[in-house]
Design a protein around this ligand. Structure first.
Ligand code: NAD
Length: 293
């Protein structure tokens, strides 16, 4: 690449680039007759995923930990095209809450076909100032919460097995990971450790349960416009700085993740297990080298 072009590219900001057009197509009805549980589904990515799964024909449990009103709004949006849904309050880091949530789902919907392990949070601190409580809260919700929900789901998938006509697989788990399962993140050691843990949890479960036709994958979002990372996108300066890390030069939208989750949960993706699908506008492509280093 000629050096002047490289320099130009490095300095190009979103307002100098082609206008952003988002996909306009409806979510395809790939999940008719399936039952899904989405954790942390009353905000951000989980909310978009729950609604998209409903629009794709799945009946959905909308898990949340606080915010009854937002959870009810998600239920309403999810059921817009005829799917069933209800909201269920449970802390994913509590073994008893998780067990009760699955018992209720199985008695209400009969079974579970799709688990989206999405609930997660950040509690950031400089490493030497990070408290044990900040460490444990993030690990308990982001990693142990995924373990507890995946374990209940696998038990039900194995009990029930494949139901031809519903799905080629006995069950599908999608773990919401992050680009920080591979990119270290200063000031966020607890969060990066939790997502690195999710990566090998996902792969280990995937390896163990594959013979039962259970598929386990992760989605690794980059920067997505949700409350969790508001400071990174809410001012024009912050947004410009963020775009230096994104070769595609736009922040991700929750819908970017939701469309991929529908596809990954569907039989269209039947031979895919044990992988992380990064949805990050190229954030994992070493953007520091985008203009030739
Ligand atoms: P968000 O704050 O909008 O939503 C998080 C959801 O998790 C909320 O519904 C919250 O109520 C729920 N939650 C928190 N603690 C819980 C608990 N103990 N039990 C049950 N639910 C709980 O955040 P988001 O950006 O939508 O994040 C969703 C997932 O995506 C997280 O796992 C996050 O790590 C991951 N992620 C987000 C981004 C991003 O840029 N937004 C990037 C990479 C990964």
């Amino acid at each position: 690449m000629p050096p002047t072009y490289a320099k130009e590219l490095r300095n190009m900001m979103p307002d100098q680039l082609p206008a952003i057009h988002m996909p306009g197509q409806k979510v395809p009805e790939l999940l008719r007759g399936q039952k899904a549980l989405v954790t942390g589904a009353n905000s951000g990515i989980g909310k978009a995923v729950a609604i998209a799964l409903g629009h794709a024909g799945a009946d959905v449990v909308v898990n949340y930990v606080r915010g009854d009103e937002q959870a009810n709004e998600v239920v309403e949006a999810t059921t817009q095209f005829g799917a069933k849904a209800y909201a269920h309050r449970a802390d994913v880091s509590s073994e008893s809450d998780v067990r009760i949530m699955f018992e209720k789902m199985i008695s209400t919907f009969g079974t579970i076909d799709i688990l989206v392990n999405n609930a997660g949070l950040q509690q950031d601190a400089k490493f030497e100032e990070m408290t044990l409580q900040q460490w444990q809260t993030v690990i308990n919700i982001n990693l142990t919460g995924q373990f507890l929900c995946a374990r209940e789901a696998v038990r039900e998938f194995k009990r029930r097995g494949v139901v031809p006509g519903v799905s080629c697989a006995a069950g599908k788990i999608i773990c919401m990971s992050s680009v920080h399962e591979v990119i270290p993140w200063a000031g966020h050691a607890n969060y990066a450790a939790s997502k690195g843990g999710v990566m090998l949890l996902m792969k280990s479960i995937a390896q163990e349960v594959a013979p039962y036709r259970i598929r386990v994958n992760s989605i690794g979002p980059g920067a997505i416009r949700t409350p969790i990372n508001r400071t990174a996108w809410e001012t024009p300066d912050a947004y410009r700085d963020l775009c230096r890390l994104i070769p595609y030069k736009r922040i991700g939208e929750p819908g970017d993740i939701a469309r991929a989750a529908v596809w990954l949960a569907s039989d269209q993706a039947d031979y895919i297990t044990g992988t992380t699908l990064f949805i990050d506008g190229g954030m994992t492509l070493y953007p520091g080298f985008e203009a030739g280093g």
